[in-house]
Design a protein around this ligand. Structure first.
Ligand SMILES: [Zn+2]
Length: 266
């Protein structure tokens, strides 16, 4: 699914292929060399993500072939393309865009119910012990959310197993970044923890990991403006786990739980 070939090598390949096709002078059924991700295409995808997440801070990383959504969530170009194609063919329901304030909203980024009941997470040895403990508590938090979600930490990586790693990205980096569910509605493929923040309190680390898992399950920031309003949600919920401010973990708010149970009903 991720495009592994570098843009440079695939362009070289395309150029060589076209020159062969020209000299062999056969039928012109060889597709014109199209740049893998043109600037216009990237911008179309970026605007699509802005519209469908309600986040206006969406940037593109050419080196990673990733979009970074509100600093701490990611979507690969391949997934964005697939989501956009689904949207254009009417397979995705449009949400209700809103300019109102802090609300719990659901978008169409979610793990399929058949997969939500058996989510697997693998954390390798780059994850420091303090973060491993926070991850385990975050998993326990979600498992106790009264929703369909059932998550286990497993001891080996594998297909559709979410991968958690640690790397020191320094004090200018965010605490962690996590992928949204992919276009086959699998859990987000990975979470990267910035080990610069090993010094945070245990409560903050648990909050951060619980928040990041929320992205992997398809939840955006509570103050985003896209999606269908979860019934009964208030205009403000300052302690929501999906606010983009790292608090100390105490519990999901009542409206967090309403949102989680609406998206993942038992
Ligand atoms: Zn976030």
């Amino acid at each position: 699914m991720p495009i592994t070939k570098s843009k440079f090598s695939s362009l070289l390949f395309a150029a060589a292929f076209v020159s062969f096709a020209t000299t062999s002078c056969k039928k012109t059924d060889v597709a014109a060399p199209v740049e893998e991700n043109s600037a216009a295409q990237i911008e179309e995808l970026r605007q699509f993500i802005i519209t469908t997440t309600g986040e206006d801070n969406v940037t593109y990383s050419a080196s990673a072939k990733d979009f970074v959504i509100a600093n701490d969530a990611n979507m690969s170009v391949a997934d964005a393309k697939a989501y956009l194609a689904k949207s254009k063919s009417g397979q995705i329901e449009a949400g209700n865009a809103s300019t109102e304030g802090i609300q719990h909203r659901r978008s169409y980024y979610a793990v399929a119910p058949t997969k939500a009941v058996a989510i697997k997470i693998y954390a390798n040895s780059t994850v420091p012990a303090v973060w491993m403990a926070a991850l385990d508590q975050a998993i326990a938090n979600w498992n106790a959310s009264g929703s369909l979600l059932s998550i286990t930490r497993v001891s080996a990586p594998g297909t559709n197993v979410m991968n958690v790693t640690g790397i020191n990205n320094g004090g200018t980096g965010v605490i962690a970044t996590t992928y949204y569910p992919d276009y086959n509605s699998n859990v987000g493929k990975s979470c990267t923890i910035n080990t610069y923040y090993n010094y945070l309190s245990a409560g903050q680390q648990i909050f951060a990991m619980t928040h990041e898992l929320g992205h992997a399950f398809g939840f955006g920031h509570t103050n985003s403006t896209y999606g269908t309003l979860v019934p009964g949600s208030p205009n403000t919920d300052g302690n929501s786990i999906m606010n983009s401010v790292c608090l100390n973990w105490s519990a999901f708010t009542a409206y967090d739980l309403a949102a989680i149970r609406t998206v993942y009903p038992k």
